[in-house]
Design a protein around this ligand. Sequence first.
Ligand SMILES: Nc1ncnc2c1ncn2[C@@H]1O[C@H](COP(=O)(O)OP(=O)(O)O)[C@@H](O)[C@H]1O
Ligand SMILES: [Mg+2]
Length: 290
Amino acid sequence: MVLKIENVSKVFADKRAVDEVNAELTNGVYGFLGANGSGKTTLMRMLATVSSANSGTITYHGEDIRKMGDRYREIIGYLPQHFGYYKNFSVEKFLFYIASLKGIEKTAARQKIADLLETVNLTDKRKVKMGKLSGGMKQRVGIVQALLNDPKILIVDEPTAGLDPKERIRFRNLLAETAKDRIVLLSTHIVSDIEYIAKEILIMKDGRLIEKDTPQNLLERIQDLVWSVEASEAEIGYYQEVFKVGNIARKSNGIELRILSKEKPAGNAINVPVNLEDLYLYYFDEGVGA
Ligand SMILES: Nc1ncnc2c1ncn2[C@@H]1O[C@H](COP(=O)(O)OP(=O)(O)O)[C@@H](O)[C@H]1O
Ligand SMILES: [Mg+2]
């Protein structure tokens, strides 16, 4: 399975929301990482054929996805960043409704819905109205609706927003499991969402795809750049002025700063093992993803 994005751009009035993006995607989880406004949603909407590119093409097995029309829509599952539902529909009713929109026959739908609700641990909530679900439960229903047609390509846009840590982990594992035989595209600005499950991380910045590599290779690039520095309260300001500062840990014996720098930032600085939060800080100035 190959989904190929070639020179894809999307322009809104005066804004290049997606700028000449190229990528080739096969089975596995791809984590689109980027700050708010970096173009993740705009790219995903084009991949879901909800909107079209101003230039460039997206092909599946060499065929333009827009020309494939329904044949393409049949093989994708999409969970939009803000997914719409009817508050007064029960979980089950909502899912049957989506299944019918997707043209899934009733008996098949019944089985699929039961299986998927079991997978996401929502069987006992099937009669509950959508409006009464917690954020995490809604997202799980969202993923179920995206998986109803057993898609070859699953596109999920910031699916963990509003989930608590436990729900996030469950969700992540679910995605990893489902990605064995499909292409999963997941966008997030939260590093830990993709740290363990992404085959590749695609870093978006100002509409451009600036990196696409395995987490391991990306980490290797910043390997010697991360330092731990002991500092006093009064020195924090200086370090923040001069360097990219990540975590500031106040410990009983002083303050420990995590600093990204090519040069050794202080006499007492020691190189420490890098993680994806450092990577985020390296690419995005505004701070480490929560
Ligand atoms: N419908 C739209 N009209 C005008 N500008 C838009 C529209 N959708 C997105 N944008 C702009 O495009 C940029 C990328 O947005 P988006 O794709 O939502 O980023 P992300 O999902 O990474 O937060 C932002 O600057 C945003 O304001
Ligand atoms: Mg978005």
